[in-house]
Design a protein around this ligand. Structure first.
Ligand code: 5GP
Ligand code: MN
Length: 340
């Protein structure tokens, strides 16, 4: 496997972390990849650093709580003052699974003004330069793949023990649709094999994440597919929108809406799927596509978002109905691209 990172840079990062106070920061409402990467690095640095604090900007899904160290995560929505203090006083901050400081929402200014040395490890397109060390590989399967390479190329593969292997396996798995996206290179498969050798039990991790839904969440999925899915064949598009009332009816928990967008994409002929979810102060949108139709460009141009070509997200301050209508109104403009 060819090395990805400059060995001199890795040595320098190693030397500035040993014995120091580290903060590890994933993006807002971290997903499997962001949490997997954060807790893998947490367990990796814990024996050699003076302190390691993972700060989650907002909640994270219950189905990730099994990861070693998840119970130590500082949630900025629970204690924003402490989160900001830790960021301001850290020696080194690792920014994981995002490449734009706005993705940590209310912590963005504190992050940018912190005197800490900053390292970003990420796989999204078009990274912004806001850190001292930029370990960004757009197109890589996941940030967890890059964290694995960061550790092994630093010469410390022997420190990847079972807990770290489990976190990294889970992140690669969740960010690649269980290893099926085009980003899942042969090297990423080799890394998965190495993680199994390090003690990650593949079927057990799949069960913890995918066979761990509440009854309500499964019925919510049924409701979305049966009653809420709209298919627009002339635009090769499908979407689902859900109100806060519907989320309440099914006692929504963080993570419950994750993955539902993919059901629209599984319909023959559909090239783009969207999922609109009403929240207190905004509408959260997930986009998915097949082939070379870029939902990242669509999300960035119209919905204050971004992400990857085939998986992106965005936000809207309009009402749910207005947001969905704005999306529908855009479709004629993209008709040819969606048909090709
Ligand atoms: P999801 O739909 O699973 O929330 O997100 C899909 C992808 O889009 C992820 O890679 C995520 O990082 C990215 N993404 C989601 N929401 C946003 C957003 O508001 N801004 C940007 N730049 N990326 C987002
Ligand atoms: Mn990711």
């Amino acid at each position: 496997m060819q090395a990805l990172f400059d060995p001199g840079k890795l040595r320098e990062i190693d030397s500035i972390c040993t014995g120091k106070n580290l903060v590890i920061l994933p993006h807002h409402k971290p997903d499997g990849d962001a949490m997997g990467a954060s807790l893998a690095l947490y367990n990796y640095f814990l024996p050699v650093a003076s302190s390691v604090t993972v700060i989650s900007p907002g909640d994270f899904p219950e189905f990730l709580e099994w990861m070693k160290g998840a119970d130590q995560v500082l949630r900025s929505d629970a204690d924003e003052g402490r989160a900001k203090n830790e960021i301001a006083s850290a020696d080194v901050i690792f920014c994981l699974d995002f490449n734009d400081p706005d993705r940590v929402q209310g912590l963005s200014n504190t992050l940018q003004s912190s005197r800490a040395r900053k390292v970003v490890i990420d796989h999204h397109l078009e990274p912004k330069v806001f850190c001292d060390f930029t370990l960004c590989v757009p197109g890589a399967s996941s940030t967890c793949e890059l964290v694995y390479r960061f550790i092994t190329e630093s010469g410390h593969s022997q420190r990847v023990e079972r807990n770290i292997a489990e976190c990294l396996y889970a992140g690669i798995m969740t960010d690649t649709g269980s290893f099926r996206f085009s980003s899942m290179s042969s090297d990423a498969h080799r890394i998965i094999a190495a993680l199994i050798d390090k003690g990650a039990v593949n079927h057990a991790i799949h069960e913890r994440i995918f066979d761990n839904f509440s009854e309500n969440r499964t019925r919510f999925l049924g409701h979305c597919i049966k009653d809420k899915l709209v298919v627009l064949p002339e635009y090769h598009t499908a979407y689902i929108s859900v109100t806060m009332e519907e989320l309440d009816t099914y006692t929504y928990r963080p993570g419950d809406t994750e993955g539902i967008v993919n059901y629209g994409l599984s319909i023959r002929g559909v090239r783009m799927a969207a999922f609109f979810s009403e929240r207190d102060d905004m509408v959260k949108i997930s986009f998915r596509s097949k082939g070379d139709f870029s939902v990242k460009d669509l999300a960035a141009a119209h919905f204050n978002g971004g992400g990857h070509m085939n998986a992106a997200g965005g936000r809207s301050r309009k009402s749910l109905d207005e947001t969905v209508q704005a999306f529908i109104n855009l479709l004629p403009r993209y008709k040819d691209a969606l048909a090709s």
